[in-house]
Write a protein that binds this ligand. Structure first.
Ligand code: HEC
Ligand code: HEC
Length: 367
């Protein structure tokens, strides 16, 4: 979690924090890390997909950096291994912070007297790319977030969550099968960050994008493209829908994305890698019908769940109990907002399919 060559230190963290909130790291001075990772929104931007420099709209939903230090890989497709490696990517992505190179970003920072001094104090040398991303990563590693009603419940306070949320937690680990992926192991209840650190195709965006055709088109890119080309494709083109495939080049990884931490989920919407769903009811309706019609790469653990309406409400209550104390009010407001929307609009609901058999998965196309 904390690499040996970048130990946490107060000066290092303070410098990283300054950089994280500083638009001067971008090509035109307007886009900071915090533009898309706003602490007031649990370090997300509240948009379906992020908007970077010159109003450029990306293909992916901004992930929270809360608890990102626990992630085995970074990004929806895991294309960066460490927070240090991750931090350089948006700086030079043409539709995020738009710097032509890390060198250009460093020159910009090096021209500012207080950064000159800060880098000398922390690293005993002038600003450079390696130290810059190390400082940012150190700051990010301070951003942990637990202390939710659910954590108090697990710690022994049986009144911390209501009966509906308790039933939701049971369903999460049984009938609703969420623990197949949102747990370190499906055999033991996991109360940490609700992820298996793995990648799955759960059927998001498959109908909107013809992923089979896209994968064919992407062949050249993944054969010859380096990390920079892959990053640009993932954030800025339709190839984004291919997910983990762009990195592993394995057909089975087409449309697979990282199982995200679901803590503070009420504050980090809209949902999924493309921000395509607005409410937690939509998310559960999606799983309930076992979505994936026309998806040859659908994960085998996605199947109709036959959850009733009260059971769906219980799962939402459980998810809502994962809101950390600092976001309590926002979470309550958002839950009320989503409940109102879901009262009249449930675009993902398909009760007949939810209670029907598991449909056959279409065969992957031949070579
Ligand atoms: C224009 C919006 C935007 C800016 C600016 C931006 N990010 Fe992001 N960030 C995103 C999006 C979108 C993703 C998901 C992208 C993907 O998976 O392809 C992401 C993903 C991440 C992740 C991965 C989290 C995880 O759980 O895997 C981290 C960490 C992160 N950003 C940190 C940063 C840092 C540090 C900066 C500044 C150097 C920054 N971001 C600038 C939008 C942005
Ligand atoms: C087969 C593995 C798997 C199962 C089973 C599963 N999930 Fe997920 N979950 C994922 C993956 C992978 C993503 C990200 C997918 C994407 O964006 O394309 C995700 C995303 C989510 C999100 C959106 C997170 C965000 O930040 O946008 C929520 C909420 C969620 N899952 C809750 C649940 C619940 C509740 C259940 C049980 C009903 C469940 N999941 C079952 C793998 C799974």
């Amino acid at each position: 979690m904390i690499p040996g060559d970048n130990p946490q230190a107060p000066d290092n963290i303070a410098l990283g924090e300054k950089l994280f909130f500083d638009g001067r790291l971008s090509a035109d001075g307007t886009v900071a890390c915090s533009t898309c990772h706003d602490p007031a929104r649990a370090f997300t931007d509240g948009k379906p997909t992020s908007i970077g420099i010159n109003g450029a709209v990306g293909q992916r939903n901004a992930m929270t950096i809360l608890n990102a230090l626990f992630c085995k890989t970074q990004f929806w497709d895991g294309r960066a291994k460490t927070l240090e490696e991750q931090a350089a990517r948006p700086i030079v992505n043409p539709i995020e912070m738009g710097q032509p190179s890390m060198h250009a970003a460093v020159s910009r920072i090096a021209a500012i007297e207080e950064y000159q001094q800060a880098f000398r104090r922390v690293f005993s040398r002038p600003p450079n790319a390696r130290d810059l991303v190390r400082a940012i990563a150190s700051y990010e590693r301070t951003q942990v977030s637990f202390d939710s009603p659910f954590d108090h419940f697990i710690a022994g306070d049986s009144h911390a969550i209501d009966d509906s949320a308790k039933r939701g937690w049971e369903l999460f680990n049984t009938k609703a099968r969420c623990n197949k992926c949102h747990a370190l192991s499906e055999n033991k209840r996991d109360v940490t960050t609700f992820t298996d650190n793995d990648f799955h195709n759960i059927g998001i965006g498959i109908l909107r994008h013809d992923v089979v055709a896209l994968a064919r088109q992407a062949q050249q890119l993944i054969k010859t493209g380096g990390a920079t080309a892959i990053d640009r494709a993932a954030v800025g083109t339709d190839f984004s829908a291919l997910g983990r495939f762009l990195i592993t080049k394995k057909e089975a990884d087409i449309g697979a994305f990282k199982t995200p931490d679901i803590r503070n989920i009420l504050v980090t919407g809209p949902y999924f890698h493309d921000g395509s769903m607005e409410t937690l009811w939509d998310v559960i309706d999606h799983y309930n019908k076992g979505d994936g019609l026309k998806d040859p790469y659908l994960d085998e653990d996605i199947q109709p769940l036959a959850l009733t309406e009260p059971e769906i409400d219980d799962l939402v209550a459980f998810l809502a109990s994962l809101t950390s104390s600092q976001y309590k009010e926002q979470g309550a407001k958002e839950l009320a907002r989503q409940r109102e929307i879901a009262g009249t609009n449930r675009p993902q609901r398909d009760t007949a399919r939810a209670f029907g058999p598991k449909p056959p998965r279409p065969a992957p196309p031949g070579p």
